[in-house]
Design a protein around this ligand. Sequence first.
Ligand code: SF4
Length: 220
Amino acid sequence: MLNGLPQPKKALGVIQINERPLFPVSWLYKQEYCEYQIYLENIAGIKVKPTKQMVAGKQAHENLYQGFKKEAVPVSFDGMLLESKKVQIFSRELSVKDLGHGIYGFIDEVLMTPETFVVIDDKPGTKTYLSSINQVFGYCLAFQSVVAQDNRPVVAALRERGTDNMYWRVPFDLEAAGYITALIERIHLLLVGELEFNSSDNPNKCRACRFRERCDRLCL
Ligand code: SF4
């Protein structure tokens, strides 16, 4: 036991590559909302229904991806990098695995131009939540690790789902990389039981939380 919580043997969603645990980048969104959600869902294994917004979001993603697939030309990742030095191209649902930082996921879209890489996460609405920033920074870090030999700068962007409205974009610089690396390390320490999971003290978050019926730290 650690601070009243059982030591995790296995966390749902964590994969192992060469004995290195990798967690999904989307956890960076959950961590900022309330990291106790990670404990409840992925370590305690509590299952709750997805919210209507989650179901709608998944469907919207799928629709966008199917539309993209109809037009897309199959090409290797190295081929994309090479082509994008001449013309602007984009890739959807790009799989990234970053063994160095221990994260993996699928990036909604990467716009590759001869000058830059824009890592885009689609969101419902146009509010710039810190949780959304953390998630897209995680994707930038993972993407940067797979294009380490390419010196084009990476830009992080949030886009209103189903539109071209990139309502937030910033350079993914050293400061952003250091910030998100520290958060990722925190989650790895939580997973091995060296830190205690914090929980939200914001009643508005708890009221909107899908775990509220099962959470022993609910604050209202
Ligand atoms: S109910 Fe509140 S404390 Fe519990 S997981 Fe949800 S946001 Fe966190």
